[in-house]
Ligand binder design. Structure first.
Ligand code: XLS
Ligand code: CA
Ligand code: CA
Length: 435
């Protein structure tokens, strides 16, 4: 057993809803079968490398606060291996079947893009070994195209084609690494694919650069035979004032315009949805409506702050509706729930990383149980069915099939009788299940 920062903590176990030991699950029982599938297979929990192991608690005003010794020497390969030991000790003890990472989280820091690529290559064997030993799989990989100064004016959308080439090189390497590690998905989050001011920005040019970039990735994916799913992660702003992938609908329209719809789906993040002025539930439902749903980054924002706080999820009612939607649409295929959530800066005890994830996972488990109850009840679904039932009538079906013109329709007008939408009744039902 290698030395890690979690050696003093034992494997987290399910101990039932009455148990008060904070280092145990109250609801998440990985083998418990719900609607014919284990909790583990429904939720496909992943831990993210960046917030939990590659961030020391620093913010724009203050320095690091957490105990992450390897961060003191970010250019050292030896330290990257120590980080790997601690990360896998955590994955194993929390019982997460998946994890996600950026190239720069895993590899020692490189000054140039070539150096980064060398450092990443050195990590692949030790990483594969860890994955095998711990039976942990890669939910998705991604390249960080936003931290290095070369990307300050965007990666694919940069006015300088040399920057585009560096970004393409980084994605090529990370896509190949993800393929080698049998990743289920590859994520593209366009952190700086946007602008700070239109005074210096040509939107049309930048969008076509971005489309070319994505097409190159699709071609390369096919060339190397990577069978995972490509995903774009929408976000409206931060770090840029405006990001081109602002929300699900915007990304879908963009992919449609550039003939990329068949190749790329969406990774929906809860906090990004609310930053875009929508609910998390809306973004998930919209992704399903357009057959573009892929995976989820689970977290939450703070209702008082207009930025990406990436806190741990704690709203069981909201999660019940999300999980119900996922199950009713056939469940995750390649996707899962990736905990793209970070501790508050004052949460400096090593245990805090465990209790944060345990709390978030328990909310998902409880929500899964609630969602199953609602699906069995069929209360909401049968209400919806009866609300739209008149569309099953012959004339309505003909309207939808395009067999009735405006002129013909106008010959047979009956004044409709309004019906109640019953919102309060349905809300009462939801509260009865979840509160
Ligand atoms: C940042 C994003 C980022 C992506 C991966 O806001 O959430 O972490 O998930 O690059
Ligand atoms: Ca994210
Ligand atoms: Ca975020």
């Amino acid at each position: 057993m290698p030395k890690t920062i979690f050696n003093h903590i034992s494997k987290i176990k399910f101990r039932g809803s009455e148990n008060r030991d904070p280092l145990s699950f109250n609801w998440y029982e990985e083998d418990k079968v719900i609607l014919g599938k284990s909790m583990k297979d429904h939720l496909r929990i992943a831990i993210c490398y960046w917030h939990s192991f590659n961030w020391g608690g620093n913010d724009v005003f203050g320095e690091t606060t957490f105990n992450r010794p390897w961060l003191l020497n970010p250019t050292s390969h030896k330290e990257a291996l120590k980080k790997l030991d601690s990360a896998f000790d955590f994955f194993n003890k929390i019982g997460a079947p998946y994890f996600c990472f950026h190239d720069v989280d895993m590899a020692a820091r490189g000054e140039t893009v070539k150096e980064l690529s060398e450092n990443l290559k050195k990590m692949i064997d030790p990483l594969s070994l860890k994955m095998e030993e711990n039976d942990t799989q890669l939910l998705w990989g991604t390249a960080n195209l936003f931290s290095h100064p070369r990307y300050m004016a965007g990666a694919a959308t940069n006015p300088d084609p040399e920057v585009f080439k560096c970004a393409a090189f980084q994605v090529k390497n990370m896509l190949e690494a993800t393929h080698q590690l049998k990743g289920k998905n590859y994520v593209l989050w366009g952190g700086r694919e946007g602008y700070d001011t239109l005074l210096n920005t040509d939107i049309k040019k930048e969008l076509s650069q971005y489309a070319r970039f994505l097409s190159l990735i699709v071609e390369h994916k096919e060339k190397i035979g990577f069978k995972g799913q490509l995903l774009i992660e929408p976000k409206p702003h931060e770090p840029t004032k405006h990001q081109y992938d602002r929300d699900a609908a915007t990304v879908i329209a963009f992919l449609e315009k550039y003939n990329l719809r068949d190749h790329i789906k969406l990774n929906i993040e809860a906090n990004h949805a609310t930053l875009a002025g929508s609910s998390f539930e809306h973004e998930v439902a919209n992704a399903f409506a357009f057959n573009a749903f892929g995976s989820i980054d689970i977290n939450r924002g703070d209702p008082q702050n207009g930025w990406d706080t990436d806190q741990f999820n704690n709203d069981c009612k909201e999660m019940t509706m999300i999980i119900k939607n996922i199950i009713m649409n056939g469940g995750f295929k390649n996707g899962g729930f990736n905990f793209d959530a970070k501790l508050r800066r004052q949460s400096i005890d090593t245990e805090d990383l465990f209790t944060a994830h345990i709390g978030g996972i328990d909310i998902l488990a409880k929500a899964l149980i609630n969602a199953a109850t609602m699906i069995k009840d069929d209360y909401l679904e049968s209400f919806k069915k009866s609300r739209y039932q008149d569309w099953n009538k012959e004339e309505a079906q003909k309207i939808l099939a395009g067999e009735i013109s405006l002129d013909d329709m106008s010959k047979n007008i009956i004044e409709p009788k309004p019906k109640s939408g019953k919102q309060e009744l349905l809300e009462k039902y939801l509260s009865n299940i979840t509160d």
